[in-house]
Design a protein around this ligand. Structure first.
Ligand code: NAG
Ligand code: NAG
Ligand code: NAG
Ligand code: NAG
Ligand code: NAG
Ligand code: NAG
Ligand code: NAG
Ligand code: NAG
Ligand code: NAG
Ligand code: NAG
Ligand code: NAG
Length: 507
């Protein structure tokens, strides 16, 4: 599959952003203002994200990769990307540490130019009679050196997707049989370690699990190959202090397959990766309607919690990641998923949203998505509101549900059974406290001229762009009196940092 996002693309956060800015401008003939309220549960954390939550994929697709008549990849492949581009370097640095996964459909057709590799190191070329429409290709070792030099300079954390089809035979029914031949992968690892290149994780295969895309490998076989990968890594890294993660299977979640795989991997996997393309193919003319329909976002939660409960019900201590996501598969859709401006939304996420996730609900309209985290590197809470409605401005009030534990002594009542604690729910409104003297910081992101196909994004009304030296601008908030409601314009994203809110969950 694949999705081109500027020059890279994937990940969970893309959803939060793709969903708001990849929309067409529709005629706004009936604009209205409605009220609503956000309720943030301040008592406990409902989830934790990694501090390096933001991630991206560099894919292998050559410029000849086309879908539905559009060839969108150009020179965005890890084989031909211009690594001397200053904007690219600054963008990766801005997210430091950005996790970059190297992989995608063709990773299972790529060989590495290493010692012992007898085949000539030739590029991937188009051949429609072969699986995925391309021939086998090769990663030249000098390119691997250049890539690592770039990763080192930019401070990225690298996840390398290994070819998991080597040694197997793809049968007419697309099942890939036989054991994984790890020799070329092992040579690449040995070379990598000898050069001192740091790899955050080695991931086995791309979309070969379940029914697969192109080819599929049975769960039992995949599990034993993953155990082999782990023992190779243990051997190759035996004198290296920082051990890389073992990651698999990098494909679509299939409960039966994942369950069997986890049970058989003998806890050799650190991270279970799954891919998300819940909008369907990029050719879909109804992409916009899907994007605007909150049920598509809601639907994704059940896939992720399905994977998490499969892990929880096993003896594995692995964690779940979204390894690749782009909304619409087969390279996304032009002017829907390739808006460069997503990066600014992601950058604000990276700068403002801390690791602790708070339970957040919005009462008023289904078209507002609300997310709250404890603030990052700062006091208080950051709230993210996304308005999926193009006609309605929402004025939101923020409430916090803080159940206070009040201990009452029943000294006057002899017949009191015991001294159990009494609980009382207390909902506080921010402006009913001392906070009227406080100011919050707001970041309003909108599309230029209200045209959601625009590849230009405005922050608080001002165009965001890199300057002539390719430097990324500082993302400056506006200050708003905390007694005011939060105004969320049609089709906008609003980050609100409330430094004055001290919640038990964020202590
Ligand atoms: C405008 O919106 C309101 C409330 O949603 C609705 O009652 C009214 O019929 C709409 N008017 C038009 C012209 O669509
Ligand atoms: C394309 O692949 C097929 C099957 O492997 C092969 O027979 C054919 O020669 C290839 N075509 C070209 C132009 O390389
Ligand atoms: C970059 O390479 C240097 C020298 O090998 C090493 O000390 C440093 O930790 C590397 N930095 C990253 C981010 O990999
Ligand atoms: C799984 O782990 C157990 C206990 O460490 C070991 O006895 C068994 O051989 C392992 N299985 C495989 C396939 O490595
Ligand atoms: C949601 O809003 C409606 C209308 O303002 C109100 O009647 C209702 O009590 C609210 N529900 C919650 C859970 O706050
Ligand atoms: C705004 O409302 C009008 C009338 O109800 C509708 O025709 C139009 O499609 C809406 N625009 C958006 C962006 O939702
Ligand atoms: C506030 O939290 C308490 C305890 O978790 C819960 O029982 C109550 O329903 C919550 N109140 C609202 C309005 O969600
Ligand atoms: C105290 O009261 C609570 C609530 O009625 C009850 O659940 C608990 O078992 C009681 N504890 C004792 C020690 O009686
Ligand atoms: C109220 O706000 C003022 C000014 O920001 C601050 O000095 C004071 O400590 C606050 N009082 C309480 C009880 O939080
Ligand atoms: C915020 O607004 C309230 C009510 O209008 C006012 O009393 C307070 O002085 C304002 N605070 C600031 C910092 O402007
Ligand atoms: C570009 O922005 C950076 C950071 O804000 C600044 O240091 C640099 O001087 C700017 N360059 C130009 C040509 O304005």
């Amino acid at each position: 599959m694949g999705f081109q996002y500027g020059q890279m693309g994937m990940c969970f956060w893309v959803f939060l952003c793709v969903w708001c800015f990849s929309m067409v401008k529709l005629q706004s003939v009936n604009e209205s203002v409605v009220g609503g309220s956000v309720l943030i549960d301040g008592k406990m954390v409902v989830g934790r994200i990694d501090s390096d939550f933001i991630c991206a994929t560099l894919d292998w697709w050559p410029p000849e990769k086309c879908d539905y008549g559009t060839c969108s990849w150009d020179r965005a492949s890890l084989l031909n990307l211009d690594l001397s581009n200053n904007i690219l370097l600054n963008a990766v640095k801005a997210f430091s540490p950005l996790k970059i996964r190297l992989g995608g459909t063709l990773q299972d057709k790529v060989i590495y130019e290493t010692e012992g590799q007898k085949k000539p190191c030739v590029p991937i070329t188009k051949n429609t009679s072969q699986m995925f429409g391309f021939t086998q290709g090769c990663l030249p070792i000098h390119r691997w050196d250049e890539l690592n030099s770039f990763f080192n300079k930019s401070g990225a954390k690298i996840i390398f997707g290994l070819n998991a089809l080597t040694g197997r035979t793809v049968q007419p029914d697309n099942s890939a049989t036989g054991a994984w031949d790890s020799s070329n992968a092992e040579s690449l690892m040995r070379y990598t370690v000898s050069k001192g290149y740091i790899i955050h994780g080695w991931e086995l295969g791309n979309e070969l699990c379940g029914t697969g895309v192109g080819a599929h490998v049975a769960a039992n076989q995949y599990a034993s190959d993953t155990i082999s990968l782990q023992s190779i890594v243990q051997e190759v890294y035996k004198d290296v202090e920082a051990k890389p993660l073992i990651i698999a299977p990098g494909g679509f979640y299939d409960q039966g397959w994942f369950r069997a795989f986890i049970d058989k991997t003998n806890n050799s996997v650190d991270v279970l990766t799954h891919h998300i393309y819940n909008l369907g193919p990029g050719v879909d003319e109804h992409l916009i309607e899907k994007i605007l329909n909150p049920s598509y976002l809601d639907g994704e939660a059940s896939t992720f919690s399905g994977l998490q409960s499969t892990i929880r019900s096993s003896t594995s201590s692995a964690v779940a990641w979204v390894g690749e996501a782009g909304g619409a598969y087969n390279s996304g859709r032009n002017l829907v998923s390739n808006a460069f401006v997503f990066s600014f939304c992601a950058l604000l996420w990276h700068q403002l949203m801390g690791r602790n996730v708070l339970s957040t609900t919005f009462n008023g309209t289904k078209k507002i998505r609300a997310y709250a985290h404890c603030a990052k590197n700062s006091n208080g809470v950051t709230l993210l509101l996304i308005n999926l409605d193009g006609n309605t401005t929402v004025q939101a009030q923020v409430n916090f549900n803080i159940t206070l534990l009040l201990r009452r002594k029943h000294i006057h009542r002899k017949h009191t059974h015991n001294h159990s604690h009494h609980y009382r729910a207390k909902i506080i409104r921010t402006h009913q406290r001392n906070e009227s003297s406080s100011q919050r910081e707001e970041y309003h992101l909108t599309a230029k001229d209200g045209n959601l196909h625009s590849q230009t994004m405005l922050l608080n009304g001002k165009i965001l762009s890199v300057n002539s030296t390719g430097d990324i601008p500082a993302l400056e908030p506006i200050k708003v009196n905390s007694s005011e409601l939060i105004t969320v314009s049609p089709y906008s994203i609003v980050f609100v940092h409330m430094p004055y809110i001290a919640l038990p969950a964020c202590r």
